[in-house]
Design a protein around this ligand. Structure first.
Ligand SMILES: Nc1ncnc2c1ncn2[C@@H]1O[C@H](COP(=O)(O)OP(=O)(O)OP(=O)(O)O)[C@@H](O)[C@H]1O
Ligand SMILES: [Mg+2]
Length: 201
């Protein structure tokens, strides 16, 4: 297996932006959010299991998961959330492992939003990289990117680890309160470090 960095952070913290920059520098990038999307779009490997477990009303007219409806449902029903995760997590884990194993780059950045909350994919990563920024920035950026209303973003933030808990478990931290250039600079420095660590691994 290639040397693998688990990249995590709260909603809107800048995970996807950082991952893209690592990719531009030559790292392999595997994104578990993208995998989850593929699994739940029309024809995706999770669709029939979701239809069976939750009913056809959770499948949109295009044949993919009705994401907004499912998000609202699992938010008020923890048991439904557990059932959905029971379907998705094993599929995401298997896909992630296969993609990390197949990577040809010197190391791989595996983006796992809930790496520290659920322990998902923890066994695949040798180091934890946390992208961190203030909660006000997180809220503004998450709303800008996902078009979710403020109260939904706040509810998601409340269900995630607080910043301090995430930072405590990090091997490396990117402070993303600056602009894109500041982010790029930190990514470049970490890239050099990870190339060194990967050579030694
Ligand atoms: N340093 C920065 N300066 C300005 N804008 C930024 C910065 N970092 C990220 N953004 C912007 O903030 C938004 C959220 O960033 P991004 O999508 O990378 O976060 P994310 O952690 O992947 O979010 P999500 O949890 O929704 O997947 C995007 O519109 C992105 O362009
Ligand atoms: Mg993202």
């Amino acid at each position: 297996m290639p040397f693998c960095i688990g990249l995590t952070g709260g909603i809107g913290s800048g995970k996807s932006s950082a991952a893209e920059m690592f990719g531009e520098l030559g790292a392999g990038v595997v994104d578990t959010d993208a995998i989850a999307h593929e699994l739940t779009r029309a024809g995706g490997a999770a669709i029939e299991a979701i239809r069976g477990a939750f009913g056809a009303e959770y499948i949109a007219s295009d044949g993919g998961l009705d994401r907004a409806r499912m998000r609202r449902f699992v938010f008020r029903d923890p048991d439904a959330k557990t059932r959905l995760e029971g379907i998705l997590h094993p599929l995401i884990g298997a896909q992630s492992r296969a993609r990390v194993a197949a990577a040809q780059q010197p190391y791989v950045v595996l983006v796992v939003p809930l790496l520290l909350e659920t322990g998902a994919c923890r066994d695949l990563v040798q180091r934890v990289l946390v992208v961190d920024c203030s909660e006000e920035r997180q809220l503004a950026r998450a709303m800008q990117r996902s078009r979710l209303p403020a109260d939904e973003v706040r509810a998601i933030m409340a269900a995630q680890l607080p910043r301090s808990g995430r930072r405590e478990q990090a091997d490396d931290v990117i402070d993303n309160d600056g602009g894109m250039d500041a982010l790029r600079h930190q990514v470049a420095q970490l890239h050099e470090k990870y190339l060194r660590l990967a050579r030694r691994a």
